[in-house]
Design a protein around this ligand. Structure first.
Ligand code: SF4
Length: 409
């Protein structure tokens, strides 16, 4: 057992008193609607509260009920999530909303087994939904909570280990005062977010300082013990910003990612892998890099003339770090397609379709489905887009930044 009875009672009592005095007014705290709690908890994973607030408000406005979310096109859900990252969270949330519709008639179940069976709902989110929305005495242990408990109870075990998480969950469950699970769990999270922060914890204003074993040992900066995760693997990629000409003037070519895997079904600039040479963008000299990209574009049915290097960009996922070198290209339409890609007639047809549609933004700016192998070895859908099209398509952050910069928004 960690800490004696008085130490535990002191912790729970002081923490609750502090929470009642200091809790932030957050949009999802104004309701006990389990759907709102659920959405907020999924958004808050790996994301700061300040960032989440406007996303949460837009999301709830757009999908006010579980049914609205379940029935929405996935593209709309991803668009609403655009910029938050970790897009599988949005897909899982929608899949789980559909499960709630099918299995529970649109009502979030007040039951541990049923909540934890929902897609993308792990032990932490299960505990958060059950405790915050239904006041069930379930622990909700995330990194914040493990940090607070490690310090207060002077726990030296590695919080990256499953056994330590189990220990923390048992401890957190025992600390919940009778009938106060909702407030207590939120108080614990709030203390970790506002006072017992990862760096420079503010012990002098902490409500539990008097009995904090970590603080009394001078170990607050050292705890929690956490073994280092593997750093993200670097990947070097060459990307093409292809500008349309003629009927496609003012448009840029984008492609859709495959249905599964990283950033599934989101839109991006075409890009291909490059050799990793540390220190300078994608590493490859620009001339050969553009030749390689041009060949890949031609193989995908988009003959294009290199226009020079545009910029370097980076993006870190949980396990991969992308280093992108972006080159500008001018599409050559119509022209003989190389590598068995789309025929010149088909390209001309695409341009003609634009002409016929008066260049309308929603005129299916798509190359024919038989456009040959994509620039990244997967069959892909391509579109020529304007700035306005970006309002309807979901892009990963790195491409969003590049395209917003290009279109000047
Ligand atoms: S006294 Fe310091 S280390 Fe202990 S719980 Fe409070 S902020 Fe964290």
């Amino acid at each position: 057992m960690r800490g004696n009875r008085e130490t535990r009672i002191f912790f729970s009592t002081e923490l609750l008193g502090w929470y009642e005095r200091s809790k932030r007014d957050l949009p999802w705290r104004r309701h006990r609607d389990p759907y709102y709690i659920w959405v907020s908890e999924i958004m808050l994973q790996q994301t700061r509260v300040d960032t989440v607030i406007p996303y949460f408000q837009r999301f709830i406005e757009r999908f006010p009920t579980i049914r609205d979310l379940a029935e929405a096109p996935e593209e709309d859900v991803l668009k609403c999530w655009e910029g938050l990252g970790y897009y599988s969270r949005a897909r899982n949330l929608q899949a789980a909303a559909r499960q709630v519709m099918e299995r529970h008639g649109g009502t979030v179940p007040d039951n541990k087994a049923e909540v934890s069976a929902l897609k993308g709902v792990g032990p932490y989110t299960t505990g958060a939904i059950l405790s915050i929305a239904f006041n069930r005495p379930e622990p909700a242990v995330d990194g914040n909570v493990m940090r607070v408990l490690s310090r207060y109870f002077l726990i030296e075990e590695d919080v990256a280990k499953v056994g330590t998480r189990t220990l923390m969950e048992e401890l957190a469950a025992e600390l919940i005062p009778e009938g106060r699970a909702s407030d207590f769990n939120q108080a614990l999270m709030e203390l970790g977010a506002l006072v017992c922060t990862p760096k420079s914890p503010q012990c002098l204003i902490c409500p539990v300082m008097a009995r904090c074993a970590g603080r009394l040992e001078g170990a607050e900066e050292r705890l929690p013990v956490k073994s280092k995760a593997k750093p993200p693997r670097p990947e070097y990629r060459l990307a093409a910003l292809v500008e349309g000409g003629g009927a496609l003037a003012g448009r840029v070519l984008v492609r859709r990612r495959p249905d599964t895997g990283l950033l599934a079904r989101m839109w991006e600039l075409p890009h291909i892998p490059a050799d990793a040479v540390p220190g300078e963008g994608a590493g490859l000299p620009d001339g050969p890099a553009m030749d390689r990209l041009a060949a890949a574009l031609a193989a995908a049915g988009v003959p294009a003339r290199p226009g020079g290097a545009l910029l370097n960009a980076e993006h870190t996922f949980s396990h991969i770090h992308w280093n992108l070198r972006v080159f500008r290209f001018d599409a050559e339409i119509p022209m003989q397609a190389a590598g068995g890609g789309v025929s010149p007639a088909a390209v001309a047809e695409t341009a003609a379709a634009y002409d016929a549609a008066g260049g309308a933004a929603d005129s299916a700016a798509r190359l024919p489905a038989n456009a040959g192998p994509a620039a990244d070895d997967t069959a892909a859908e391509y579109r020529w887009i304007t700035r306005e099209d970006m309002d309807n398509l979901a892009f990963p952050n790195v491409f969003l930044r590049i395209l917003n910069g290009y279109f000047g928004s």
